[in-house]
Structure formats: C-alpha cells, structure tokens
Design a protein around this ligand. Structure first.
Ligand code: G6P
Length: 481
C-alpha cells in the first residue's frame, strides 16, 4: 500500500518565531527548495501524499511557540516543533554541525574545532528529533531527513519504528576519505552508521556519492554493488539527485509589475555602467573575499574600465556567533573599503556593498539587471544562486561566472568557469564576460535554461521520493527471500 504521509525533517522549520519579531519565513537554499516542492506536492503526479508534516527546531521556547504558532498559516503542511535547550542547541548547531562538519566537508580542515561535548550535544539533539517524531509516525509513513545536522537520525528512527521508509539527503559536499578520516574514528563510525538507518541516501553529485562509498568501505568495511549496500537485513541505496529550483517561478517573475518597475529603476540609476552582481550568505566557503581580490586585480589591470563598472556585493548575515564567520565579515569589509578608497573616486564607487538579506523582488531586479553574475565559492555542495540567476533571465541576456568547485558547475555548462584560487583567471573572465556579445550570451543561457527546465525542484524531489519507494520495494522482496 502506498504511504500517504510524508514527514520532512530538517534542522530549521520554514519559519522562525521570536518574541520581538513574531513569525518570519526562513531563507537558505534548503528551506526554499523544499518549500517550492511542497507547494506543488499534493497535486504532483508522481507521489500523492495527503498529509505532509515538517519537523525542525523553531528557534524559540515552548512558551513563545504556544503564543505565536497560531499565527503560522500554512495550509499545505503541518509543523512539528522540536525543542532543545539553548546550551544543547548551541553545541549541536554552532559547535558540532557548523564548527566541525561544515568546515571539514567543505575542505577547510584547519577551521574544524573538535570538542567531545559538542559531539554529545549533537547526538542529544538528534535524539530529541527522534523522540518528537516517534510520537507521531506510523509504520507506513515516509520520512525525508535533510542535511548534515541530522546524520544520526535515520538510525534512531529505524530503531523506534523499524518499518518506516526513510530517505536522507545531504545538501553539502561529502568529502574525500582523506578529509573524512580526520574525524575521530568513533565519530566516523557513528555518523556513517547513523546514515545507514535510511533506505536511500542522496547526494548532489557523483563525486560526493563516490567519496561516501569509499568511506563506507574504509571505515565500516562495507562494499556496494550498483550503489546498493547490504546492511544488516536491509538494502541501502546511494544515488545522485542534483537539487534545483522552481524554474517557472523565476521565469514568470521577470514580467511582474513590481519586478519590472524595480528593474527599470536600477537601469536608470546605472545607465551607461556595467554591473557585476553577487549575493551569498556570509560564509568563508562562498569565496566573497577572493572574488573581491580578483575584481581588484581586474580593475588594476584594466584602467579603461574605471568609472564604467560596479560590482554589487550582497552578503546575507549568517552564523555570526561563530568566530570564523565574524572574521570573514571583517576581511570583506576591509577589502571593500580598500578597493573603494584606492581605486574609486568621488563619482565612482567600484564596489557597492550591502550586509543584509534581500526581499525576493529586489533580488530578482538585481538578477535581471546585472550584466554578469559572479558566483565563485571555494567549495559548495550545489549553489542555487547560480541556478536562480540563469532561470531569471527570461530576456536571454547576462553572463554567469561560476566556480568549478560548486556542484552546479556540472550542470551549468554554459557558464564561464573559474578556479576560485586563480585570481588571474577570474580577472580575465570578468573582462571576457563584460565583452561577450549578445548572441553568445543568449546561446549559453539557453543551454543552461534547457537543463533547469527539464530538472527543476519538483523533478528533484519526485525523483528522490520515487527512488525511495523503489528501493523499499526491492528491500521487501530481498527480506522475503
Ligand atoms: C546551507 C545548508 C542548509 C542551511 C543553509 C542556511 O545551505 O546546507 O542546511 O539551512 O545553509 O544555513 P543556516 O545555518 O542558517 O540554517
């Protein structure tokens, strides 16, 4: 019998609630991708779920939740809050998830801060997720767990309810074994065994899946056949699902009244100038600092472009309780100030900088006005900004400069790719992008748009959930034999 109830489980709920600011939507690639999928999920052709739940940490106390949760209006799914006390949450989120797993999995091993207490808190909060979910789930439910915050959860849920159908998707890279093995051995084992509680484990790219299978082999001695591992009495499938965006939503947004008006205003403001645009969460993995150095080099090498080009840099505040994030912010601020004071003049500010989050309409106006989007992470699981920019360009104009260290580079083959540590190459590609003729821009964009149209966020989610169903069915016949 088909399962009819789907439980999305992620660190964050799609809203945050605070006493002072009330109920607010959350940003970030994961939340927006899942949200876009869920909005269409009930009518989607592939899987029909008649009840959908989303479990996550609401970022407030039980009292505040009780006072405000009545204001959360979402007819498409129900929210399940998972409460953790501040100290445990801090060790789980800032400590283990974002000061060990995040830097390590993005190849910043020297940024990792190993602390046994944080690992315990990480496990504890995962147990709290398991307890909250165990109260709600039934054997035929489908559970879809997201991201590195929740690597132990599938095993805990499997123990609580062995028949569940459980999928896990990792939204960040899975690193090579040489990096993964830097974790204390018992942590390596617990993380991998945690994931093996799932029936399907998904990654953005084939490289990440291959790295994962190598770690399985090296740490747990488990081999795979056609990406399937036999573990205890079950089959666990490992597969690739490059996350995407709601392509149509971005295309349709181009002509809306508000966005058209905002775009016109930007075009008037910057008439006669070329615009480079970037928007990222504040994160050392995103390459904002090195991007600025490359722009500086470009300006120093090409005085002919002085007074004629701006780089608009939007950095969205994120994880600022972590020292490495605050440090990165200082580096960005100082570099922008140096570029503007040394290369700019009273009439021309080379870098226009905002440290803020943007409303969708403002971001769309910038995407669709920019001549060039500069997306140059040092390492990125996928990078949805690159995909959003491509999808938003209904006019067929605009150039994407994209780091080959982003998962998206495998699909967005019409971009000008760069190595984010090669400032010379980045500076040259900025020059090339600014001079690219309209026909070539259109031809490159169309190639990328075709890919995004064919595999959008709904296809991604349907693909994952279909594979999950298939492996579960195979598993049942495997257990019968
Ligand atoms: C990345 C992670 C997501 C996370 C997002 C925002 O995309 O893969 O899991 O939600 O960053 O980060 P934050 O720490 O603010 O949730």
């Amino acid at each position: 019998m088909d399962a009819k109830r789907l439980f999305i489980v992620a660190n964050r709920l799609p809203v945050t609630i605070s006493e002072t600011k009330g109920v607010n939507p959350c940003s970030g690639g994961l939340v927006s991708a899942i949200n876009s999928y869920l909005l269409h999920a009930k009518e989607s052709s592939g899987q029909s779920f008649n009840e959908i739940y989303w479990a996550g940490v609401p970022g407030c106390s039980t009292n505040i939740w009780d006072n405000f949760s009545g204001q959360v209006k979402h007819s498409d799914f129900e929210l399940i809050p998972v409460f953790a006390n501040n100290k445990d949450y801090d060790g789980y989120y800032n400590g283990f998830a974002n000061s060990v797993l995040w830097p390590l999995f993005h190849y910043f091993p020297s940024y990792a801060e190993y602390d046994a207490e944080h690992f315990q808190q990480y496990q504890l909060v995962n147990e709290q997720f398991a307890t909250a979910l165990a109260k709600q789930v039934r054997p035929h439910d489908v559970i879809w767990i997201h991201d590195y915050h929740l690597m132990p959860l599938a095993k805990l849920l499997r123990k609580a309810c062995p028949q569940l159908t459980i999928g896990f998707f990792l939204h960040i890279p899975f690193p090579s074994f040489e990096i993964f093995r830097l974790l204390p051995r018992s942590w390596q084992q617990e993380l991998l065994e945690g994931l093996l509680g799932a029936d399907l484990i998904g990654f953005h790219t084939i490289d990440y899946a291959t790295h994962f299978l190598q770690s399985m082999q090296m740490v747990l001695g488990l081999d795979s056949e056609h990406h399937v591992i036999r573990y205890q009495d079950r089959l666990v499938k490992i597969d690739v699902f490059p996350i995407s965006i709601d392509y149509k939503y971005f295309q349709d947004a181009y002509d809306t009244e508000v966005i058209s008006r905002k775009r016109l205003a930007l075009k008037e403001q910057f008439a006669g100038k070329k615009l480079l645009f970037s928007i990222d969460r504040l994160d050392y993995t995103k390459g904002v600092y090195t991007r600025l150095l490359a722009f500086e080099q470009f300006l120093r090498q090409h005085p002919v472009h002085h007074n004629k080009v701006h780089m608009i840099v939007v950095v969205v505040p994120s994880r600022d309780n972590i020292v490495k994030y605050a440090e990165r912010k200082r580096m960005i601020d100082e570099t922008i100030s140096r570029i503007n004071s040394q290369l700019g003049n009273i009439h021309w500010q080379p870098v226009i900088y905002q440290y803020t989050s943007l409303e969708f309409e403002d971001m769309m106006a910038l995407y669709t006005t920019a001549d060039v989007a500069v997306v140059t992470p040092l390492r990125d699981g996928m990078n949805l900004i690159a995909k959003e920019f491509v999808a938003s360009r209904k006019d067929g104009q605009g150039v994407l400069i994209l780091s080959e260290m982003a998962g998206a580079a495998r699909e967005l083959t019409g971009a000008l790719t760069i190595n984010p540590n090669d400032f010379g190459e980045m500076a040259d590609k900025i020059g090339l992008a600014l001079e690219m003729d309209a026909a070539e821009q259109r031809q490159r964009l169309e190639r990328m748009q075709e890919r995004l149209r064919a595999y959008d966020v709904s296809t991604w989610a349907e693909d994952f959930l279909t594979q999950l169903k298939v492996i579960k069915q195979k598993q049942q016949s495997f257990q019968i034999q």
